[in-house]
Design a protein around this ligand. Structure first.
Ligand code: DON
Length: 294
């Protein structure tokens, strides 16, 4: 089956469900039944269905890209790479684990990655995403950023707690500012799928330059598989069988190494903060194509 026919079929059959994120008011207002899906193949061709050109709040999908920009031996001294089995904004493990977050995709871990990138982290991320997607209009949704800062007590607590263990190098306010801006970037499924292609190309960007070595790309993909959907990572691997990174805006990016990158958007979330339609669509995709890492 052609990819275009495949995404059209999935868009027609997908089962939406869940509710939009309610703890960030600007996200709670988005209709949970919207849907888009895009598949970008290694040559940059995009097949899309539904609202695949509609920008949405990328939220924690940003964490896959910031990890790729920051990854290296030094980072792994400050953050682990084991699944947490806990909600994405949980505080509990930090106390018994000396302020070292379990992995770079829970909020505590992503705050460390942002701290590691330092001042200007969100501008670097934005520049990278614009270059990979070829879309200069990608920007930050200021309403979402403000809403998130106004309701950011949990992230502020996580950052201060880690600072008390010496695991923050920059002032907490600066790190939170950069983190919130990263999460508040608005992008479409088409642009996200194109931007994730370096992970399908074993580290090579769309212009042929290398962002990561082969091992580096393998490592980012491995952490996405084991930790990218938080305390549902086991269920996601079971149903979809691909490295994936979700966000509470309802997007999920998934990677088929050597073939393509996929982005699905459906704002209705399950109890763990993952898109219900997004997981369903990716489950259908790997079932219909047989393209999984297993
Ligand atoms: O920090 C937060 O809570 C949000 N900006 C991002 C959380 C998120 O997307 C978790 N994803 N499923």
């Amino acid at each position: 089956m052609e990819l275009q026919q495949l995404v059209d079929r999935i868009a027609a059959e997908v089962m939406p469900g869940g509710a939009s994120a309610d703890y960030i008011p600007a996200l709670a207002r988005v209709d949970a039944r919207r849907f888009g899906m895009a598949v970008a193949t290694l040559d940059g061709e995009v097949s899309g269905a539904g609202e695949y050109r509609q920008p949405f709040s990328i939220q924690s999908i940003s964490k896959a890209f910031t990890l790729a920009l920051a990854v290296g031996d030094e980072l792994w001294e400050r953050v682990g790479r084991e699944p947490s089995g806990s909600p994405f904004n949980s505080l509990v493990q930090l106390e018994t684990e000396n302020g070292i977050p379990r992995n770079p995709f829970i909020n505590a871990g992503a705050l460390v990655v942002t701290d590691h990138l330092g001042p200007g982290a969100s501008d670097r991320l934005l520049a990278f995403l614009r270059e990979e997607s070829g879309n200069d209009t990608i920007g930050i949704d200021e309403e979402v950023a403000k809403s998130e800062l106004d309701h950011g007590d949990r992230n502020r607590a996580l950052a201060h707690f880690m600072a008390s263990y010496g695991n923050m190098r920059n002032p907490v306010d600066m790190v939170l500012h950069e983190y919130v801006r990263q999460c508040s970037i608005a992008m479409s499924c088409a642009d996200l799928a194109k931007s994730a292609l370096f992970l399908a190309r074993h580290g090579v960007r769309n212009d042929g330059e290398r962002l990561l070595g082969v091992s580096g790309a393998k490592r980012v993909n491995a952490v996405m598989l084991t930790c990218g959907t938080y305390d549902a990572a086991g269920q996601f691997a079971y149903r979809v069988g691909l490295p994936g990174k979700s966000g509470v805006g309802g997007g999920i990016v998934a990677v088929v190494p050597g073939r393509c990158a996929i982005c699905v958007w459906g704002p209705g979330l399950d109890a763990r903060g993952n898109s219900v339609a997004g997981v369903d669509a990716l489950d259908r995709f790997t079932t219909l194509t047989g393209w999984s890492v297993f």
